[in-house]
Design a binder for this molecule. Structure first.
Ligand code: ZN
Length: 196
């Protein structure tokens, strides 16, 4: 079976409308298309990025987001740091890319085998990141969170183990009390969403 047949069975309609790469992989809207309709998986498309920011479009499919419903696919560390490098997606698009290898390719890469968090929120903000020299995104308070590993729901043990490891790396030990308090509050809230 090709990638297309295997992986597209549960794709939402907007994923079916995306351009396909040579092997049938749907190319997320945020990925740069080089010549001849081939995806350049290592580059983002700057026009898509700008339009996603200015027009509140889905980073995965490019269609308009529904007001008050924004979904981020994040590593646990990114969630603890409350920073997404990429704009949000539709709930159905985020769920799809978290479960399929699209989220593990090129500049959107999240490590293979890692536990991913899909975080849904009602608002988010874009902030300019001086180090990255571009805009990054801060999800608002989560109204739903679920955890994915290797295309399926992560177990509590898997999510907890990775949560603790990410927490150790991300904890802002050298920062002021206020920043530590904000971090600890975020950790407390995210921990409540660990799988049953
Ligand atoms: Zn979408």
């Amino acid at each position: 079976m090709t990638w297309t047949e295997l992986e597209l069975a549960d794709a939402p309609p907007q994923i079916h409308r995306l351009l396909r790469d040579a092997d049938g992989t749907p190319v997320p809207w945020g990925i740069r298309i080089a010549g001849q309709q081939r995806a350049d998986w290592n580059q983002i498309d700057q026009t898509s990025f700008d339009r996603a920011v200015a027009g509140r479009r889905c980073w995965t499919c490019g269609e308009r987001l529904h007001r008050g419903s924004y979904s981020f696919v994040l590593s646990i560390r990114a969630a603890l740091e409350r920073t997404s490098l990429w704009p949000p997606s539709h709930a159905s698009c985020a769920s799809y890319i978290a479960r399929h290898p699209l989220a593990r390719i090129g500049p959107l890469a999240l490590s293979p085998g890692a536990v991913l968090m899909v975080l849904q929120c009602r608002e988010f903000s874009g902030v300019s990141d001086r180090k990255a020299k571009r805009m990054v995104f801060q999800p608002g308070t989560a109204n739903d969170v679920y955890w994915i590993k290797d295309g399926r729901a992560a177990t509590r043990a898997e999510a907890s183990a990775e949560f603790d490891a990410a927490d150790e790396d991300a904890y802002p030990g050298d920062s002021g009390l206020e920043e530590k308090a904000r971090y600890e509050e975020r950790r407390r809230i995210l921990k409540r969403w660990l799988p049953e």
